[in-house]
Design a protein around this ligand. Structure first.
Ligand code: EPZ
Length: 422
């Protein structure tokens, strides 16, 4: 059956929703359990496709787990296979996060190269270069990374800031012999939570949350993991704030850590939106007039690339010209032609998109190309006249839990339709 998402022009949104656990924290923390000698309990794990795909991979390696009601109990002591096969890795490139832990624990592993995706080539050369400097023997044969060797701590300088690259090396260093110093490490909150779970399991780590992280490895000794609650998803939160913004609504998000959203809130405020905060709840208030904005995506704590498409949708309604520069990925403007199909006026020159607003949007058929682009098309569909059909919506369900249910709770009109298609 062919599925697509039909979005009707929605009246203002209202009310509140719960933000789920962060996909990009859950993924590395799940693979880090490969380093644990005891079964691990993780709570607030989002029930999204990417997490389910990773669990399928870990099951394929021999791990055992129960996953229900956002609680994951996983035991990796039964892992008896260290080959991460192409069939699974190709569907979710973050599977590369098994490389560091498998190599550190077993001294050998074979992991399919993840390949690129819509937003870019997504190489893993920096992951491999860092592991080689820790003493790993790495060869690439027929699309697989063959890694083996006993890891030894050393100084590692990343030429580029890489989130999963930093995470792979942090996990490898946790079981390596001696001290590893990672310079130019990623500082995303998801990296910080990974460091904290390792620190709580007995590893001595300095510089957590900074761009220089020092890890004193256990020299092969498996770790005692403590139960952990996954942090809230800052990108999911930003996406729903963007829904409030574009529909000029007042909505509240429960269970957010607004400190993780600072790079995003600054830009909302520049566009005329304001916020009310109490404890872990955050309310967005509509802008009298949506101001144009200049955005350059950057590593944390800068403006996140994962919010670039969503802000582009809002910018179509700003009164003036907005400029968005995508610095992290080479092809992350796939949503532009789709937004233009709805009536937006966006032009691209290399890494820079220029959005002239406000433009009335009119519903049409559009194609989702990647996780965050698909959410931008939904935002535009909320305010487009008539009906908007978003195709290839499997992208959405990779990283947004209960997406349609949460939007319906806020008063949006949308539904998943399915039909027989050749
Ligand atoms: C993580 O991807 C996130 N995924 C991405 O979120 C996010 O967009 C990205 O970080 C940037 O914030 C997860 O955490 C699972 P990078 P990652 O390595 O780690 C280049 C989403 O929507 N690079 O930080 O793969 C790379 O090509 C996803 O949830 C190399 O050149 O991104 C890119 O240009 C999409 N060589 C830049 O670095 C390498 O070895 C940043 O990539 C590694 C990366």
């Amino acid at each position: 059956m062919y599925k697509y998402l039909k979005i009707y022009h929605s009246p203002k949104l209202s009310g509140s929703i719960e933000i789920s656990g962060a996909k990009n924290a859950a993924l590395p923390i799940i693979t880090s359990t490969i380093l644990s000698k005891n079964p691990v309990q993780l709570t607030n794990v989002p029930e999204v496709a990417d997490v389910k795909t990773l669990l399928k991979l870990l099951k394929n390696l021999g791990a055992e787990f129960e996953f229900e009601n956002h609680t994951l109990k996983i035991d990796t002591s039964s892992i008896n296979n260290t080959t991460a096969v192409y069939e699974i890795v190709k569907t979710m490139r973050a599977s590369i996060l098994v490389l560091g832990p498998l190599l550190a624990r077993f001294g050998h592993c074979k992991v399919s190269l993840p390949g690129g995706c819509a937003i870019g080539a997504r190489p893993v050369d920096l992951h491999l270069k860092a592991l080689k400097s820790m003493g790993a023997d790495i060869t690439i044969e027929q699309g697989y990374i063959n890694a083996k060797g006993k890891l030894k701590g050393c100084d590692i300088i990343f030429d580029k800031i890489t989130v999963t690259g930093s995470e792979n090396i942090i996990m490898a260093a946790a079981l390596a012999k001696g001290k590893t110093r990672i310079i130019n490490a990623a500082k995303e909150p998801e990296v910080t939570q990974l460091c904290k779970i390792l620190q709580n399991s007995g590893i001595d780590i300095e510089g957590i949350g900074s761009d220089e992280i020092i890890i004193y490895g256990s020299d092969g000794e498996l770790l005692e993991f403590k139960p952990t609650q996954i942090i809230p998803d800052r990108i999911e939160a930003g996406t729903y704030l963007a829904a409030g913004a574009i529909t000029k609504s007042k909505i509240t998000l429960n269970n957010v850590i607004s400190e993780h959203l600072e790079g995003i809130l600054v830009k909302f405020k520049e566009m005329g939106f304001s916020f009310e905060e109490d404890n872990n709840n955050l309310t967005i208030l509509p802008a009298k007039k949506i101001e144009p904005v200049k955005i350059t995506t950057a590593e944390y704590p800068g403006f996140p690339t994962d919010m670039q498409a969503q802000f582009m949708a809002i910018a179509t309604q700003a009164e003036g010209m907005s400029i968005i520069e995508e610095r992290l990925f080479e092809n992350r403007f796939m949503h532009v032609p789709e937004l233009n199909r709805l009536g937006a006026n966006i032009s691209i020159n290399g890494k820079v998109a220029t959005i002239t607003g406000p433009t009335p949007l009119i519903g049409a058929d559009v194609m989702a190309t990647d996780l965050r682009a698909s959410s931008a098309l939904v935002l535009a569909g909320l305010i487009a006249k008539g009906e908007t059909n978003v195709h290839r919506i499997y992208h959405l369900f990779r990283g947004y839990e209960n997406f349609v249910e949460k939007f319906k709770k806020l008063g949006a009109n949308m539904e998943i339709l399915q039909e027989d298609r050749p």
